[in-house]
Each structure stands twice: as structure tokens, then as C-alpha cells.
Design a protein around this ligand. Structure first.
Ligand SMILES: Nc1ncnc2c1ncn2[C@@H]1O[C@H](COP(=O)(O)OP(=O)(O)OP(=O)(O)O)[C@@H](O)[C@H]1O
Ligand SMILES: [Mg+2]
Length: 331
């Protein structure tokens, strides 16, 4: 069982023992296996892990947007104390875009190509605040575009998505996702498609908006270097489970789990010109594959028989630093 910390009033979101199943014919596989974590008010939480480890499906569950074949098979998703997994579709629809919003990797797929930017950015306000008159919506759209650093909001409002650059489109998405002042934003690889300079600008912008409006962010990435630029705390996921969680600077300097250490070794450094980086040998098991009780065991340099027989418990290494490994000791 994953450990959940005690409930505090500052936790905006608490995920407890969450499992997500995949239906395939008459078989059921686990995409996410008994995970638990919290997001504090105003906190930026990073979620890192290789492709397929369950980052996106966890967040789709938070948004109530799991595709038909996927379903919450156990646990709770508490947002301000209420279980999102138990809410009706109607209740969820009333929250999405207002209390919780999401931005994706490629904004072109989420923006409507046929609708002008101004109209699209104002849409969440039209849906959730029917009382606000159209002139006020136009004013707020302009403010929102200005806040995300788009010059000449009046000109931008008249454009279509394809007339903007990738970085500008991501800023538009952020304007749209924050116009209702949500308490939580889920950002799923929002800068992966951008070049490095634009990526750094968008990261700074997200951090600025989070601090200014005390908006919490769940920031998903497979890139620890990006996570380190923006996040307060980090969760490392592996094959549908949590491997380690700690403040970002602790993960970067004192990783405990062998998987986290492997991820850190594969980050390019400024002084490692042209050298090939050590990749973690092996692959993430697919959802159908057999897994040892510790799913990282087949790739782990320090694995012993116990890792193939028994799932590791959470080890509290320090305050706010937890890892799941048989060979760790609490401080
Ligand atoms: N629509 C779907 N139908 C069936 N299986 C799915 C579906 N979406 C995700 N999965 C499976 O659930 C598991 C978790 O996928 P998820 O998309 O959450 O990974 P991820 O960590 O976001 O990876 P990436 O870094 O590639 O985005 C994977 O094994 C994936 O194949
Ligand atoms: Mg994903």
C-alpha cells in the first residue's frame, strides 16, 4: 500500500491509493498501481517518468477524462476534500476549466483552427460565468493575453491559431486555461514541442502565474532538467507506481532510488560535449508484461532476490523524501 501523509487543510489535491485499470477484451491490466500523493495550495509538483509509466492517465483521471477502456479501479482523488472519482459527469464538467484546467504538449490539437483566438480564450468564461457580459469578457481576454506576455492583445484576438508561432500558441493555451482563475492546472509536457529558449520563457511564465495567483500546477515531463527549473517537489513514477518523491533540489542532488539515479545520469550536462550519455539499460514493462514485485528490479543494478519476491515499502528518508526500495534506510 502506498503511504498517504496526514490530511492538512493546505492540501488542494490528495490522491490516495489510486489504481487505474485498462480493459482489453476480458482481461484487465493495471496502468496505475496504488499511488498516493498530495498537491499543496500554490505548489508546483513535477511528475517524471519514462514513456508509458502512467503520467497522462493519472491526470486524465483527475480531469475525469479517461477514455472508455480505462477506469479508476480503486482509491480516491480528493480535491478540496471531495472525491472527484465519485462525481457525476455533470459535476465534473462544471469544474473543468473553472477549478481545474489542463494544457497539453501540442496546442494546435486543442485549439480550434476555425475560431479566432479572442473567441476561444473567452470560452471558459462564457461556459462557467454566464452572468458576465460580452464586453467584460473581451476585456478579460485582453488582460489574460497581456498577462501571458502576448503583445497587442487586440491584434492577437483577431488571429487564427495557424497565424501564431508554437510558443505564442502555448501562451494562448495558458491564457485560456487560467482565465477562470483555476486552483489547479495540469500541464502535460507543455514545453516538449518548443525550442529551448521558448521553453525556458514558457516555464518562467507558468511559475510567475502560479506564484501570482497561488495556482497549484501538476507539471508532467520526462525531462528532469525541465522539472528542476520550475517545480517545488517531484514525484518519480515507474511502471504505474511511485518510485520516489522529494523536493526538486533533493531529487537533483541526493536521489535515493536507483531509477532516479539512472534518470539523472542521462541528463545532458553543459560540459559533456558530444559524449554519449548512459541510458538506463532495459525497458519499462508494458502493462501486459509480468512484473516483479519491484517493477524496476530487472533494470536495477543493486537488485537482489527479495526485489523479485516482495514489493518494497515506502522508506521515509528525510522529511518530505520518500522512496520505495528494499535497500534504503531512514535517516
Ligand atoms: N487509450 C488507451 N488505451 C489503452 N491503453 C492506454 C490508453 N492510454 C494509455 N494507455 C496505457 O496506459 C499506460 C500509461 O500510459 P500514459 O499515457 O499515462 O503514459 P505516460 O507516462 O503519459 O507516457 P508518455 O511519456 O509517453 O506520455 C501505458 O501502458 C499505455 O499504453
Ligand atoms: Mg503522457
Amino acid at each position: 500500500m502506498s503511504e498517504s501523509k496526514t490530511v492538512t487543510s493546505q492540501n488542494l489535491l490528495e490522491i490516495r491509493n489510486l489504481s487505474i485499470g485498462i480493459r482489453e477484451g476480458d482481461k484487465i491490466y493495471r496502468a496505475v498501481d496504488d499511488i498516493g500523493y498530495e498537491v499543496a495550495e500554490g505548489e508546483i509538483l513535477g511528475v517524471v517518468g519514462e514513456s508509458g509509466c502512467g503520467k497522462t492517465v493519472t491526470n486524465l483521471a483527475i480531469m475525469g477524462l479517461l477514455p472508455d477502456v480505462l477506469f479508476v479501479s480503486g482509491g480516491q482523488i480528493l480535491f478540496e476534500g471531495k472525491d472527484l472519482a465519485k462525481m457525476s459527469e455533470r459535476e465534473r464538467a462544471a469544474m473543468n476549466g473553472r477549478d481545474i484546467s489542463m494544457i497539453y504538449q501540442e496546442p494546435l490539437t486543442s485549439l480550434n483552427p476555425l475560431v479566432k483566438i479572442g473567441r476561444q480564450v473567452g470560452e471558459p468564461l462564457r461556459i462557467h460565468h454566464k452572468e458576465i457580459p460580452e464586453e467584460e469578457i473581451t476585456k478579460r481576454v485582453a488582460e489574460s493575453l497581456r498577462e501571458v506576455g502576448l503583445p497587442d492583445p487586440e491584434v492577437t484576438m483577431e488571429k487564427y491559431p495557424h497565424q501564431l508561432s508554437g510558443g505564442q500558441r502555448q501562451r494562448v493555451m495558458i491564457a485560456m486555461a487560467t482565465i477562470c482563475r483555476p486552483k489547479l492546472m495540469i500541464a502535460d509536457e507543455p514545453t516538449t514541442a518548443l525550442d529551448v529558449t521558448v521553453q525556458a520563457q514558457v516555464l518562467r511564465l507558468l511559475k510567475h502565474i502560479s506564484r501570482k495567483h497561488k495556482m497549484s500546477i501538476i507539471f508532467i515531463s520526462h525531462d528532469l532538467a525541465v522539472i528542476n527549473q520550475i517545480c517545488d517537489r517531484v514525484i518519480i513514477m515507474y511502471a504505474g507506481k511511485i518510485a520516489e518523491s522529494a523536493p526538486a533540489h533533493v531529487i537533483m542532488r541526493h536521489p535515493a532510488h536507483e531509477y532516479t539515479k539512472g534518470l539523472l545520469r542521462s541528463i545532458p550536462r553543459a560540459d559533456s560535449k558530444g559524449e554519449s550519455l548512459p541510458a538506463i539499460p532495459g525497458h519499462v514493462p508494458s502493462t501486459e508484461e509480468y512484473r516483479d514485485p519491484c517493477p524496476f528490479a530487472p533494470r536495477c543494478p543493486i537488485a537482489q532476490d527479495i526485489c523479485r519476491q516482495q514489493a518494497p515499502d515506502a522508506v521515509q528518508i528525510a522529511k518530505d523524501h520518500v522512496a520505495y526500495c528494499h535497500f534504503l534506510r531512514a535517516e
